[in-house]
Design a protein around this ligand. Structure first.
Ligand SMILES: Cc1cc2nc3c(=O)[nH]c(=O)nc-3n(C[C@H](O)[C@H](O)[C@H](O)COP(=O)(O)O)c2cc1C
Length: 202
């Protein structure tokens, strides 16, 4: 089967079904007026070590409103990416409904705000890894109802819970990050294996 994205109805479901598993950025921000906001984004990845940059893609609008995450990041230039782990997967999902701008999703999800060291946006205390980020740039993709903001941010401080890191090594059996598949499907990451990368010897 060959699929032309322009004519295949529901292509989004095919795309998110094959680009898997995706990490989930649980993004916390604070609005200009001080309201905390929290929402998940799985169009997300790390894109460079030095400078240490990450990217998150947010549709500009949901059905009836602008996405608060994108607005707050554009207004304040700051955000935190919290890693989604098994223990907070359901809480993460709770925050994904399109709540009005003045609603604090920390309260809705029963999660705790922890102060950040550098940025004004709060961290999710229940997440074992929080990355304080400063906005580098927002690249606009698409237009009209299909506009997205590609948020490129620099990590200015990373908080890592002591029991998951040893030297440089993150223990994934303790971290238990959640992977996103298509639609409402997710995956665990505890069934991992090792494959040694070859070295080219001329
Ligand atoms: C696991 C998961 C991943 C999501 N990934 C994205 C994404 O990559 N981009 C996006 O625009 N919306 C994504 N959403 C939807 C947003 O989380 C949702 O629109 C949310 O209400 C936005 O909140 P905000 O208005 O507070 O920013 C995702 C939802 C879930 C449950």
């Amino acid at each position: 089967m060959k699929i032309d994205p322009k004519s295949f109805e529901g292509f989004n479901r095919v795309l998110t079904g094959v680009v898997v598993p995706r990490p989930i950025a649980f993004v916390s921000t604070r609005s200009k007026s001080g309201v905390a906001n929290l929402a998940p984004f799985s169009f997300y990845n790390a894109i460079s070590y030095d400078p240490p940059m990450i990217v998150v893609s947010a549709a500009r609008k949901a059905d009836w409103k602008e996405k608060d995450t994108l607005t707050n990041i554009e207004d304040t230039g700051e955000f935190v990416v919290n890693v989604v782990v098994d223990d907070i997967a359901e809480a993460m999902n709770t925050t994904a409904a399109e709540f009005p701008t003045d609603v604090d999703e920390f309260e809705i999800a029963g999660l705790t705000q922890a102060p950040s060291d550098i940025v004004a946006a709060p961290r999710v205390a229940e997440s074992p890894v929080n990355m304080e980020c400063r906005l580098d740039q927002v690249v606009t993709i698409g237009s009209g109802d299909k506009e997205h903001g590609l948020i490129i941010g620099e990590i200015v401080l990373m908080h890592v819970r002591d029991d998951i890191i040893s030297g440089h090594r993150i223990n994934h059996d303790v971290l238990k990050p959640v992977g996103r598949l298509a639609g409402n499907m997710y995956c665990y990451t505890h069934d991992s294996y090792q494959m040694v990368r070859p070295v080219y010897k001329p």
